[in-house]
Design a protein around this ligand. Structure first.
Ligand SMILES: Cc1ncc(COP(=O)(O)O)c(C=O)c1O
Length: 406
């Protein structure tokens, strides 16, 4: 059956608005559409394809596992899930792992666990969850209500209660809402969807201290920052602060759907049999792919390579900006990079993304004013150069005349 973008409007729920092109093949940091046109991928499936497209290690793992066992559900455990959990616990603060299928589900598990832990340890009154304005934690109703962007949670009826929001990077604002009723504070160590905003070192330490003072759990949502994205295996490892619960997804499967919630044995003990679950969570295919992906990323040389590429990427963007002067800030960590538009061009990030696509480059936005880049962690340096040249061509197509006149 021949299909085209036009069919999307006839058969799909219109909650997404994809462009006209349909990619059919990917290799490394390049993809090709139905017409055979090639694109450089600076989007990486929104920080998911950490090893690019069709990397041999996860491909091999998927092929091998596909001939062994696909699915058992959690009535039984399976070898890939156990191996992956062992590797995750060996590499992080965590002692226990719960597998889900996505970031929002990992967060859902984290939030339910925090509530259950507080209920068991302190009683019913300790139920408040605090997160931060502009944070993003996924789209299931609990996670999206905890997220700090009301536009995503309004209009769906009554929201889960006992959720409060403070201002990110403003400790006084957290201090004003946190209390002994707080069961958990959830935060991204570096806000992704909210605009690529890193937590100040003093802020993140202060959040940990306030959580300790009020016996509240600290949950790091590392769905976007985890698995090498910031140049560290997990972003928390570069902060000097250890969370009580950490959620991981996106890059964990390198493109195969999987999520994980990591925590200590003591906290985990509150999710007794029957309290929470998922049919697919810990699926052998997903865990086999994630294991191969995790093994490849959890490597000092690869992580150092992310930090080198980050410098190259940011220097390239700064050089473009020196010529066009359209960004007021180029920021981010590792290969989670944002370029924020000057006020004069506020709201035009999407337009830039569309112009980049016309030049053969996939990029992302983080809100209306920030162009975001989350390429493969092993993107060849030559692809970064060529992608940035295409990005400059896109900028020139939109702002060239103005910049030259100016
Ligand atoms: C920090 C963060 N948490 C949670 C999610 C939700 O993940 P998923 O879309 O896999 O449910 C995202 C997705 O963008 C995210 O960036």
């Amino acid at each position: 059956m021949q299909v085209s973008r036009a069919l999307f409007d006839d058969v799909m729920v219109p909650n997404y608005a994809p462009p006209a092109v349909i990619p059919v093949k990917g290799q490394g940091s390049r993809i090709w559409d139905q017409e055979g046109r090639e694109y450089i991928d600076f989007a990486g499936g929104i920080a998911v394809n950490c090893l690019g497209h069709c990397h041999p290690a996860p491909v091999r793992a998927l092929q091998e596992q596909s001939e062994k066992v696909w699915h058992l559900a959690n009535v039984m455990t399976n070898e890939p899930a156990l191996r992956l959990a062992k590797k995750l616990t060996d590499a992080t603060f965590a002692e226990r792992v719960y597998f889900a299928n996505s970031g929002t589900e990992a967060n859902e598990a984290a939030l339910k666990l925090a509530r259950r832990w507080a209920f068991n340890e302190y009683g019913e009154h300790k139920d408040e969850i605090i997160s931060f304005e502009r944070s993003f934690h996924g789209r299931t109703f609990f996670a999206v209500s905890v997220g700090g962007q009301k536009a995503y949670s309004d209009g769906f009826g009554p929201k889960p209660g006992a959720i409060r929001h403070a201002v990110f990077n403003d400790l006084a604002s957290l201090e004003a809402v946190i209390s002994d009723k707080t069961c958990a504070v959830m935060m991204e160590p570096l806000q992704g969807e909210g605009g690529i905003i890193d937590a100040d070192p003093a802020f993140i330490k202060g959040v940990r201290e306030l959580c300790d003072k009020h016996n509240a759990l600290l949950i790091f949502d590392e769905v976007q920052t985890g698995v090498g994205r910031t140049g560290h295996l997990y972003a928390y490892m570069d902060t000097g602060v250890t969370p009580d619960i950490l959620t991981s997804a996106k890059a964990l499967g390198g493109g195969f759907p999987i999520g994980a919630m990591l925590t200590t044995a003591e906290i985990a003990s509150h999710l007794k049999p029957g309290t929470h679950g998922s049919t697919y969570g810990g699926n052998p295919l997903a865990c086999a792919v994630a294991e191969a992906t995790f093994d490849t990323v959890n490597d000092d040389a690869l992580l150092a390579g992310v930090r080198t590429r980050s410098e190259q990427f940011k220097h390239g963007l700064e050089a473009i900006n020196a010529r066009y002067g359209i960004f007021k800030d180029i920021r981010g960590k590792g290969l989670l990079i944002g370029a924020e538009l000057i006020d004069e061009h506020a709201g035009r990030a999407k337009e830039i993304l569309q112009a980049a696509l016309r030049e053969g480059l996939l990029s992302l936005v983080a809100g209306a004013n920030v162009v975001r880049f989350t390429p493969s962690l092993v993107i060849p340096e030559a692809d970064i150069e060529e992608g940035l040249a295409r990005f400059e061509a896109a900028i020139d197509s939109l702002f060239g005349t103005v910049a030259k006149a100016g």
